[in-house]
Design a binder for this molecule. Structure first.
Ligand SMILES: NC(=O)c1ccc[n+]([C@@H]2O[C@H](COP(=O)([O-])OP(=O)(O)OC[C@H]3O[C@@H](n4cnc5c(N)ncnc54)[C@H](OP(=O)(O)O)[C@@H]3O)[C@@H](O)[C@H]2O)c1
Length: 303
């Protein structure tokens, strides 16, 4: 991509996905302005996305050619416990960032979630009607609508549950499943009910990169896109996969729970498998085999 203005403004660059996206664009020679909030460390810029004046100042000073918006409150239980704070970051900050970016002519790629669907009729096409079951999914759907309202040329990329190198095991709903395998003295139940298609963050960062480079050259590459991993697992099946990869043979204390979770818990969709064909038809996509991706993600955690 010679001759193109390669300046990326990325929010949530301290997060699970943002770290991988930042690395991918830097490795291709982009000038990257990565923002963080509580985890602003060397190389990242501390920015509270709820503060409109600071957001405007940062974006206008940097003059991005492309914006990727990863920042969010993405833990459904935390959204339920403070809906007002979650709405501020997931909806209001998204709206403002998209408007400021539009004023500068920079397309926005908004990272969304498979949780915009109710999970009753997979696989979901990009034009399937969303019906989020929990407040997290609702705020992310509103974020999508604000992104596309600011400019129809923006992009929404819906992704499934993510895994990759983590700063702590519970950072990913996949890597946290190593814990029951390490705590062999604690009998536990693991859900064998809901079905998920996990993606490695390096796959999603590659897809963001492919989408950004295409969008900068072709304004018709816009609207909603879907990606998810090609392997389907329940949580219990993920535990089995991890056990196999690391030869952790002690599994008898872990019991698969095939019941639908109780209605008291934050509801989650049953099966949100996404149809990847709109991206695949553009020649975009990457799938790391789960056994390979989980080995590199977790090997530092298994003694
Ligand atoms: N992880 C998944 O399994 C998954 C699944 C589907 C979709 N997604 C979507 O993918 C995107 C990235 O998720 P992730 O897993 O990387 O999330 P994450 O690890 O929880 O990171 C969230 C990021 O948002 C930043 N942030 C939070 N509040 C902020 C604020 N007020 N101002 C500025 N930054 C703020 C955090 O900064 P600090 O940490 O520095 O405070 C962090 O960089 C999200 O939009 C999420 O909805 C994630």
């Amino acid at each position: 991509m010679t001759g193109l203005n390669k300046r990326l403004f990325i929010t949530g660059a301290s997060g699970l996905l943002g770290r991988a996206v930042l690395k991918k664009f830097v490795s291709d020679g982009w000038v990257v302005y990565g923002t963080a909030f509580s985890r602003a460390s060397e190389g990242l810029h501390e920015l509270d996305l709820i503060n409109k004046d600071d957001v405007k100042e940062a974006v206008k000073q940097f003059k991005p050619s492309f914006v990727i918006h990863c920042a969010a409150q993405r833990f459904p239980e935390k959204v339920d416990s403070d809906p007002s704070a979650a709405t501020k970051i997931n909806v209001e900050a998204t709206k403002y960032l998209a408007q400021v970016s539009d004023e500068l002519g920079a397309p926005v790629l908004y990272i969304s979630t498979d949780y915009v669907f109710d999970g009753t009729s997979p696989p979901y096409d990009v034009d399937a009607v969303p019906n989020p079951l929990n407040l997290y999914g609702k705020t992310k759907l509103q974020g999508e609508q604000e992104t596309l309202a600011a400019n129809k040329g923006n992009i929404v990329l819906r992704v499934p549950v993510l895994y990759g190198p983590v700063e702590y095991l519970a950072e990913s709903a996949v890597t946290v499943l190593l814990n029951p395998l390490l705590n062999t003295d604690k009998p536990c139940k693991i859900s064998n009910y809901e079905r998920r298609c996990p993606s490695h963050v390096d796959d999603i960062s590659t897809i963001c990169f492919q989408l950004a480079t295409k969008r900068i050259q072709d304004a018709t590459v816009c609207g909603i896109f879907h990606w998810c991993g090609k392997q389907v697992f329940t949580k219990y099946e993920i535990v089995q996969q991890i056990a196999q990869v690391f030869q952790l043979t002690h599994l008898s204390h872990i019991n698969p729970d095939s019941n639908k979770p109780s209605s008291a818990a934050t509801p989650r969709p049953y099966d949100t498998t996404l149809n990847r064909s709109r991206l695949e038809n553009l020649g975009i996509g990457q799938h790391t085999q789960f056994e390979v991706g989980i080995k590199t993600a977790l090997q530092a955690w298994v003694k």
